[in-house]
Write a protein that binds this ligand. Structure first.
Ligand SMILES: Nc1ncnc2c1ncn2[C@@H]1O[C@H](COP(=O)(O)OP(=O)(O)OP(=O)(O)O)[C@@H](O)[C@H]1O
Ligand SMILES: [Mg+2]
Length: 486
């Protein structure tokens, strides 16, 4: 029997048809993959099923019972759980408390009193690998653990149908494997799973069937092979492969130094996040820092940007940056596009971009804007849309565009590939190449996606457990690190 039957789903936002006549069946013990470019309507489909948004037309049946129009807590009670694209933990509560609240969403007050709930919450935490961090607060957790917590919350009440939105984004190869195992286990237990992710390989490995969307509509449905071979899917979603361009590392080495990080250490309480890190970036160079989650990449960038205190020296050009405010450092020309995006959610796309370019003379600003619209056409057509309502990938594009609006001397990109469709990665990759060819920009890139980080780089640093453990040319990286890291 079908656990879930969706028919003719339509969702409009003003003039935009985000979901246009989408229907599918989902059986018990089955994983249905939902793929498509950024903004194609995948997350919206999940919200319609979950009752977070109400469809303008169509039907959703859970075990044969119509649920359209039900509030989302009722749909949750009837057996649907969702893992959101972005983690939304309660920061004042511990991991255990967050999971308990998911178990008892209707009875906050009984949180401490209910026996059995504590045991059940621990059991769930164990099953997703959170057993050791039960009493930590979400803010102190590594990224993968936050995703685990979202997973734990979604399956807390043993839902029949589990909706999982981009579980792999930001996870490393090994972590993706672990999460894939968790999802397979859900299927083995008889759950019906709807899975969205841009990690095509992993979705292909998991899904029993795949449905591909584009501009709100279904473009293909079938087995993984059928859908991946589909002409439209290839063109609008998968794209080609990233091109590696030849670098002349030696030439870049002789250019004047722009950024020097010397003997930098950072502590968060007792935990050491960076240990005696040395790194330099020359003018016009493209340097990639690769490393697993929690290796210290973001901490390194935050130290450079003046966002966390550190011991040691960070110098930009001929002056040390210690003691300067983040704002002064940004005015100096170091612009960080953070992993967390930090867009102004209530402002429009255009307002976010204008803020980025506010220091530029009008003409330069217009020029920069035109260039960015060429790079990310979706941003041009969505200038008036409130940033918070953009799809995950659209927000990522806006964050990168806003950083570029500032015309930085040194652009720091922290995990720019997060949540981007393969075809957009290709565009971004080409854009970075063009940027290098046509401007004097210098780029420091943090990535765990080695396939993206290597082709562009003049030099690569490998960060592991707070330390730089290797430095060299990208061509040598694969040879030295072996297949294991990739
Ligand atoms: N409240 C809203 N107002 C206006 N437009 C919206 C709103 N919510 C979503 N949209 C738009 O609807 C489209 C579909 O969004 P959705 O989040 O479903 O995309 P997605 O397929 O999940 O993309 P991604 O892979 O980038 O996460 C996007 O273009 C988005 O900007
Ligand atoms: Mg989405």
């Amino acid at each position: 029997m079908n656990a879930l039957e969706a028919r003719g789903l339509v969702k409009r936002y003003g003039g935009l048809v985000a979901v246009n006549d989408i229907g599918f069946d989902l059986h018990d013990g089955e994983i249905l993959g939902l793929i498509g470019p950024n903004g194609s309507g995948k997350s919206t489909v999940m919200k319609l099923v979950m009752g977070i948004e109400r469809p303008d037309a169509g039907s959703v049946k859970l075990d044969g019972v119509e649920t359209v129009g039900w509030p989302s807590y009722r749909i949750a009670r009837a057996g649907v759980g969702i893992v959101f694209q972005h983690s939304r933990p309660l920061h004042r509560q511990t991991v255990l408390e967050n999971i308990k609240l998911a178990l008892l969403p209707d009875s906050l007050l009984r949180l401490t009193a209910t026996a059995g709930v504590d045991d059940r919450a621990r059991e769930i935490a164990d099953s997703v690998g959170l057993g050791d961090v039960l009493h930590r607060h979400p803010a102190t957790l590594p990224f993968a653990d936050l995703r685990r917590m979202e997973m734990a919350k979604a399956i807390a009440r043993d839902p029949k149908v589990v909706l999982i939105d981009e579980p792999f984004a930001g996870l490393t190869g090994g972590e993706v494997e672990t999460f894939s195992e968790l999802i397979r286990a859900l299927r083995a237990q008889g759950h019906a799973v709807l899975l969205v992710d841009h990690n095509v390989k992993s979705v292909a490995a998991l899904a029993d069937r795949v449905l591909a969307m584009y501009l709100g509509q279904q473009v293909s449905e079938g087995t993984v092979d059928e859908v991946m071979r589909n002409e439209t899917v290839r063109r609008v979603y998968l794209g080609g492969t990233l091109e590696a361009s030849q670098r002349n590392g030696a030439a870049a080495e002789t250019r004047p130094s722009l950024l020097r990080v010397e003997d930098v250490s950072v502590f968060y309480g007792k935990a050491q996040a960076l240990e005696h890190v040395d790194l330099h970036v020359n003018e016009g160079e493209f340097v990639s820092v690769v490393g697993l989650n929690g290796a210290g990449k973001t901490t390194l960038f935050n130290a450079i940007s003046g966002l966390v205190p550190y011991a040691g020296t960070v110098a930009f050009g001929d002056h040390a940056l210690a003691g300067r405010t983040p704002a002064a450092i940004a005015r100096d020309g170091i612009v960080q596009c953070p992993e967390s995006r930090q867009l102004f959610g209530d402002m429009t796309v255009r307002e976010n971009l204008d803020l980025g370019g506010q220091h530029l003379p009008a003409e330069a600003r217009a020029e920069q804007l035109a260039w960015l619209f060429e790079l990310f056409p979706i941003l041009e057509s969505r200038q008036g849309q409130v940033a918070r309502t953009l799809s995950g990938g659209e927000q990522q594009m806006l964050a990168i565009a806003r950083a570029l609006m500032m015309r930085p001397k040194l652009l720091i990109l922290d995990e720019p590939t997060l949540g981007l469709a393969p075809v957009i990665l290709e565009q971004l990759s080409n854009a970075l190449e063009r940027l290098r060819a046509s401007t004097p920009i210098t780029v420091l890139l943090g990535e765990q996606n080695v396939t993206f980080a290597l082709p562009h780089a003049d030099r690569v640093y490998l960060l592991e457990h707070a330390r730089v453990v290797w430095e060299g040319e990208p061509a040598k990286f694969a040879a030295v690190m072996g297949e294991g890291y990739l």
